[in-house]
Design a protein. Structure first.
Length: 397
């Protein structure tokens, strides 16, 4: 009931974007987790070709976040959000209807570009509409996103009984509905004219040393969050000998997120500078990888719970802090650059963790713990040195 009351206190546009993110994650996770299996088992593609198809999607998204962010600043976040949802509709529709490599690559590019457009645009719009309550808005955003990430795979596994095409068409239909909904009811906002070119905006953001130091300090958070899809599921399977144990990792995290996210954010926001809590959250994500050093199924679930807890502590304050580094007119660009850095970090970090998994059973857990604690130390140093923007949001009372 408190969460529902919190939602009702936000402007209509914020509430619409929360529902939009639920739909986005539902549609995405309905399809993408099963895509590799479809490409290999149903279409008979080699592992190398599947890697190219999936890699093109990731590269299209991660490499173009800055383009999506700049588009949101210059054209308006509303139009970019709508365009992103429309492109994802087409991309997922191509996955359903095409089986040639050219069509699959086109689907990958379009679906990746879609994410590059609406991810920074949605966050820029949300930050602007939430005003002084950015942390609470992003906390709710996490709740809706996590719920969609749980519903999507469950719905996808059921739809697979009717075939992959049914799953892909359903995912495309979800994004089509979201596109129409945003076009019809998402309020339009005036865009401040820019006095510089796009390259000038990029130079301004990339020249902000404090922001770049902050983005690099967050490398640990995104790399460790990515282990929810690599190290933790594999650890759960090894500890139990049951493939279905990987699903328990997501179930534990989703239930914890639904129950605790808003309580954590409200409590911490009223108790000091948010930068301090970001450092604490990063430290918790690092410590989360120590329990599996003890060979026990419960240790892996405890690891998942601690990792989600650390992310719940840090993530809303991270998202709320990003717009404060620069001019409001460049909010989308700041989010775009931030996600380019985090995407590269997550890819490189996951490759390193994968190498460690092949080398020894305990090494990857130790590496992740060290990375999380190093990121926490980096964030704490930025906080102590006064490099971060001054706190401007009032505590929730």
């Amino acid at each position: 009931m408190k969460t529902w009351h919190e939602i009702r206190r936000f402007p209509f546009a914020v509430r619409l974007l929360l529902v939009n993110q639920l739909g986005v994650n539902t549609g995405f996770y309905l399809l993408v987790p099963y895509l590799a299996t479809h490409l290999t088992d149903h279409l008979g593609l080699s592992a190398a070709v599947v890697g190219v198809v999936l890699g093109v999607r990731n590269l299209s998204q991660q490499g173009l976040f800055i383009v999506g962010g700049s588009a949101a600043d210059r054209l308006g976040a509303r139009g970019v959000i709508i365009a992103g949802c429309a492109l994802r509709t087409v991309g997922f529709g191509l996955f359903a209807l095409g089986d040639s490599l050219a069509v699959l690559l086109a689907a990958s590019v379009l679906s990746g570009l879609a994410g590059a457009l609406f991810n920074p645009a949605v966050r820029a719009y949300l930050a602007q509409e939430a005003g002084e309550r950015k942390a609470e808005a992003f906390a709710l955003f996490n709740v809706f996103a996590t719920t969609g990430a749980l519903i999507g795979p469950l719905l996808g596994s059921a739809l697979l009984l009717a075939g992959f095409r049914a799953s892909a068409l359903t995912a495309a239909a979800i994004f089509a509905v979201l596109t129409v909904a945003q076009a019809l009811v998402l309020p339009s906002r005036d865009v401040a004219p820019s006095e510089r070119g796009v390259l000038g905006d990029w130079r301004e953001v990339l020249g902000n040393r404090a922001f770049l130091a902050f983005a690099l300090a967050m490398v640990g958070m995104f790399t460790l969050e990515n282990q929810l899809y690599l190290l933790l599921p594999e650890g759960a399977r090894r500890a139990t000998g049951w493939d279905g144990a990987a699903g328990l990792v997501f179930l534990v995290g989703t239930l914890a997120n639904l129950a605790l996210q808003m309580r954590i954010t409200r409590t911490l926001k009223s108790r000091g500078d948010s930068a301090r809590w970001i450092a604490v959250g990063l430290a918790v994500t690092g410590l989360a990888f120590l329990p599996p050093l003890v060979d026990s199924p419960l240790a892996v679930l405890l690891s998942a719970l601690l990792l989600y807890l650390g992310l719940m502590i840090a993530s809303p304050f991270v998202m709320a802090l990003i717009p404060r580094f620069g001019r409001p007119e460049l909010t989308g660009t700041y989010f775009g650059v931030f996600y380019v850095v985090s995407g590269i970090a997550a890819a490189a970090g996951s490759a390193g963790v994968g190498w460690a998994m092949d080398t020894g059973e305990r090494l990857p857990w130790l590496c992740c713990a060290a990375l999380g604690l190093a990121s926490a130390a980096g964030m704490a140093r930025l906080h102590r040195s006064g490099a971060l923007p001054a706190e401007t949001e009032r505590s929730l009372v």
